[in-house]
Design a protein around this ligand. Structure first.
Ligand code: SAM
Length: 277
């Protein structure tokens, strides 16, 4: 048995995992892709030595990234998923029968291929006929698409080629490609370890979108564990779901939708920097 210590950017701690087997290791044009097996988490995908997905806890992240925006919208038909090469977000989007088209914009098609081979329960929906896979930078794609109901960013940490997905230019292009009820959601790292970044992202989005909010989910494997999502909308209040919960989710449901946002009091203190922590 060997041990692996993760080197997650921006994190003040490093998680260490037991590894039973290294199942796959390859350098793609963009990053090093590794698949390992851990006795508790099952298979884990690493990109440049950062944990992306584990078989055991992936559903918390994928359901929460996807279903808040998807259930806020009354009838989302055209969806964009940027990043998300493991396929988990696409799987969750397709639980909504109203969906007609999913533009799946993953810069590194090797990540999708690896997920299809080693993570069939996560990547099993990526070949659905409604999914159009485009291996390109999501920041370029948003400039060429229109009439999107929900746009989801499921990227690696905010460094390297993922940085383009967190610029004001990108946020403005996202706003421009959404329909009048359109919603945008992205992860913004951990509220514990990346508080400054979480707050900054809220302020920058507020400069561009009329409605911006923040919700969280507990995760076992991402450093800081209290994971934050920024959600921005052109007209709909993301705290209010407009449809009953789709079937098949394990964590997300209508009650979670109501509870996952920060209280208004805590949110105000947080984004106005009145919390000494
Ligand atoms: N849930 C994971 C997390 O938070 O660590 C992310 C998983 S998913 C595998 C992340 C994917 O984003 C990677 O496969 C990476 O290639 C992709 N990605 C990063 N930057 C991108 C960009 N600018 N355009 C499209 N895909 C991008």
């Amino acid at each position: 048995m060997i041990r692996f210590s993760e080197s997650a950017p921006f994190s003040p701690i490093s998680y260490s995992y037991e590894i039973d087997n290294i199942l796959y290791k390859k350098k793609s044009q963009y990053q090093e892709i590794i698949v390992v097996e851990n006795p508790y988490f099952g298979k884990i995908m690493l990109l440049d030595n950062v944990v992306q997905v584990t078989e055991r806890d992936e559903f918390f992240y994928h359901e929460m990234l996807t279903h808040i925006a998807m259930h806020t919208h009354p009838n989302p038909k055209n969806i964009v998923v940027i990043g998300g090469g493991d396929g988990g977000t696409v799987r969750e989007v397709l639980r909504h029968d109203c969906v007609e088209r999913v533009y799946f914009i993953e810069i590194d098609k090797e990540v999708i291929n690896t997920a299809k081979e080693y993570f069939p329960t996560i990547a099993g929906a990526v070949d659905d006929l409604r999914v159009l896979i485009k291996p390109m930078d999501g920041a370029l794609f948003v400039k060429e698409v229109k009439d999107i109901d929900v746009l989801i960013v499921d990227s690696t940490d905010i460094i390297g080629f993922a940085e383009s997905l967190f610029s004001d230019e990108f946020f403005r292009a996202v706003k421009g490609c959404l329909t009048k009820n359109g919603i945008f959601v992205t992860h913004t790292e951990s509220l514990h370890f990346h508080k400054k970044m979480v707050i900054e992202m809220q302020h920058r989005l507020k400069g561009i979108f009329p409605i911006v909010d923040l919700y969280t989910t507990p995760l076992a494997t991402y450093p800081g564990n209290w994971w934050a999502f920024a959600i921005a909308s052109l007209s709909l209040n993301p705290r209010v779901y407009s449809r009953p919960c789709v079937s098949g989710t394990r964590y997300y449901d209508s009650e979670i939708h109501g509870q996952c946002f920060l209280t208004k009091g805590f949110y105000d203190k947080l984004i106005n920097n009145r919390l000494d922590w």
